[in-house]
Design a binder for this molecule. Structure first.
Ligand SMILES: Nc1ncnc2c1ncn2[C@@H]1O[C@H](COP(=O)(O)OP(=O)(O)OP(=O)(O)O)[C@@H](O)[C@H]1O
Ligand SMILES: Nc1ncnc2c1ncn2[C@@H]1O[C@H](COP(=O)(O)OP(=O)(O)OP(=O)(O)O)[C@@H](O)[C@H]1O
Ligand SMILES: [Mg+2]
Ligand SMILES: [Mg+2]
Lengths: 269, 269
């Protein structure tokens, strides 16, 4: 059945949707059958991206690789228990439809704590948590403090992931491969970036995650959103003469390396 | 009574907490009495910053300007109506305590839609919405689309703000001065950044907001979080010989210009 990739981090704007978009397109380009689920019921960035992609392909008279996409609806009753039941049912139905027909499911999540977002964590085979090079971002994993003695208390998001891991082990002894991905890394490495990298390496052992190389802050990772394309696609100017710009090459390399780092189960012969 | 500054944007990671921190310290340095309310009950970035600031001042044996700070607690019953009543009461009490004793209240908000976050919007005299130079960020204000004919439908966050304005006008005919602030602007302006700036200028007329110059992406805006300092404070290396680094000067200038752009009511003689 499908290998589930969840992209999550309770911290806002770390790049969950950007990573979901590029991982999905990367796997599609590699020939895999990919399904996607957008759990960000209000913002729907992933859903909007694929709407733009479909619309662009139609007006260009071409076809572009598309995943089998599910956008979940928001539960909107005043009763939390009622909402949760409805959301669980919709999510379970979506998973059921895809788990036997697709090789990968990529699930994008919102930055707010919710029943649905926590449930997604327990379903992950691979959990990718993008993070910015910033102590504000580290603080949701482990409390930053100038005083070494007061540093390091496990914070609310790391807690959420550890709890999801416990639940998963109880259910089916399943393992969650947790990958931390530095995102929007600056071209020039500052002392701050070095310190962040060092903090993350220490945390990796304590929280049992591994770190991926990271994606730099590149305009090409965001400027194609209105037309639903990525650096992995044949972008018009680049398509002339088949020569890729340096930025498109660099972006493709970073996404390729990310997918390799994920050590996803590859299809048999 | 106090002039209320709300820093909000439903999009995650646009810099709400960073702007809240620097606006607060900027106003304190200018000698104003400032109170702060942290509505991000789970992540508490603003609260964590002031905890770090207090702790750093104590270990350094100095005093640092501090606002009168309120961190709201999360409502945690299973009944939404019940939570909302509790949160409203706590928020109303916090406002009541400060509105006559302080000149400014800065309210930081979480990136998720909630009763409390919406209520804060209706209380704003000044609403600052930071935004990244990205179509993904524009999309929560107005739907981006390659096809000019399909572009521009008002999106969910702009909707939320317009609704808050309507409610406010009904309550006390009050006006919300909505300021859009481009944040994490790259040093080199790309075509993408130019397009974003142009989209924002068009939206400004339609949604009735004005735009502020913007803050560049500067490591100094984030590297001092663990010690609760900002570029506006006397940072150790900079304090030697009283010479400020270029980055500290540039950051101070940007925060100064931001506060000026806010056109806040200044105290009488
Ligand atoms: N590697 C990158 N290079 C350039 N821009 C990026 C990169 N990653 C993310 N961005 C931009 O940063 C912003 C945040 O990214 P994104 O929306 O993917 O994060 P998110 O974690 O999904 O946010 P949210 O918490 O709101 O769901 C967006 O404007 C996006 O275009
Ligand atoms: N102008 C800036 N220069 C450098 N880094 C910045 C700047 N503004 C924000 N950041 C960094 O970007 C990230 C997001 O900023 P911040 O946490 O203030 O946003 P937010 O809108 O409060 O996020 P959330 O939606 O999670 O509450 C943080 O890592 C922060 O340190
Ligand atoms: Mg997202
Ligand atoms: Mg914040």
């Amino acid at each position: 059945s499908a290998h589930v990739i969840v992209v999550a981090n309770e911290k806002g704007g770390t790049g969950k949707s950007t990573v979901s978009i590029h991982t999905t397109v990367g796997l599609l380009k590699a020939g895999y059958r990919v399904a996607t689920i957008d759990l960000d019921t209000r913002q729907r960035t992933l859903t909007r991206f694929f709407e733009n992609r479909l619309s662009w392909a139609e007006q260009a008279g071409t076809t572009l690789e598309m995943p089998f996409h599910h956008a979940l609806d928001r539960g909107d009753s005043a009763d939390l228990g009622d909402n949760e039941t409805r959301e669980f049912t919709a999510f379970a139905n979506a998973i059921e439809q895809i788990e036997h027909d697709y090789e990968f499911v990529v699930i994008d999540t919102p930055a707010s704590d919710s029943y649905l977002m926590r449930l997604a964590h327990s379903l992950a085979d691979t959990l990718i948590s993008p993070i910015n090079d910033s102590f504000i971002d580290v603080d949701v994993f482990s409390r930053v403090h100038h005083d070494r003695a007061k540093r390091g208390a496990i914070a609310h998001y790391a807690d959420l992931v550890l709890e999801a891991r416990r639940r998963r082990r109880q259910v089916d002894a399943g393992m969650i491969d947790w990958v931390l991905l530095r995102n929007r890394v600056a071209a020039l490495q500052s002392n701050n970036a070095k310190q962040i990298a060092a903090s993350i390496e220490k945390l990796a052992t304590e929280l049992q995650f591994r770190t991926a190389e990271g994606l730099h802050d590149r305009v090409i990772f965001r400027e194609l959103f209105p037309i639903g394309l990525t650096a992995l696609d044949a972008i018009e100017e680049a398509a002339r003469g088949g020569v890729l710009t340096n930025s498109q090459l660099a972006a493709r390399q970073e996404i390729g390396e990310l997918i390799e780092t994920l050590r996803l189960p590859v299809r048999g012969p």
